[in-house]
Structure formats: C-alpha cells, structure tokens
Design a protein around this ligand. Structure first.
Ligand code: SF4
Length: 101
C-alpha cells in the first residue's frame, strides 16, 4: 500500500479535549509499573482519580478510553472497570487474576 493511500484512509479522531486534561505531566500516575502490587495499584489509582475528579474533560476522556480499548486509568475509570462495563480490552492482561471478568 502506498503512503498516499494511508493518508487518504486515515481516521481523524477528536482529541482536542486532551488540551483540557488535568493530568498533563502526570502520566506515571495513570499507568501501572511492571509487577505493581495490588496495594500500590490502589494507592496510585486513588491519587489518579483525585486528579480526574476536578478535570473538565472527564466525560470525553472516559468515552475515548472506552471506544479505543485503552489501558490505564482514564476518565476516573480503570481498565478493569471499563472491562466490567462491557468495553472489553483487546488483551485483558491481569483482569482475570483480579477477578474482574
Ligand atoms: S479525566 Fe483524568 S485521565 Fe482523563 S484527561 Fe482528565 S485527568 Fe486525565
């Protein structure tokens, strides 16, 4: 496929809401470290949710993550919560072990 074909077929997403994100510069708070312990995950996600609770982009962020099968905490919602709400992860790493299914 030629590069020009990819250009014509590209999917344009509405991601202007990211400019309003309260989490800019706080990325490590929203994604687990390798082999993160459950207690550390709870503390990290609680801190991330506190940031989300004051974010004006919360609804748009949550919808984006649900529709794009994102990992990590988006819109105050963890990947486990998205998965349980019917927005299935493509590769549900750890979801079964945490009893979300
Ligand atoms: S809702 Fe949370 S994750 Fe989404 S942009 Fe706002 S602060 Fe970031």
């Amino acid at each position: 496929m030629a590069a020009v074909d990819l250009f014509v077929q590209r999917v344009v997403t509405d991601d202007l809401w990211m400019r309003d994100a309260a989490c800019r510069g706080l990325t490590p708070l929203f994604f687990p470290t390798q082999a993160e312990r459950p207690q550390a995950r709870e503390r990290r996600e609680a801190a991330a949710r506190a940031v989300c609770s004051s974010c004006t982009a919360l609804g748009r962020c949550r919808d984006f993550a649900r529709n794009h099968h994102e990992y990590g905490l988006w819109g105050g919602e963890s990947e486990d919560e998205r998965h349980a709400a019917g927005y299935r992860l493509i590769a549900p790493i750890g979801v079964r072990a945490r009893g979300v299914v």
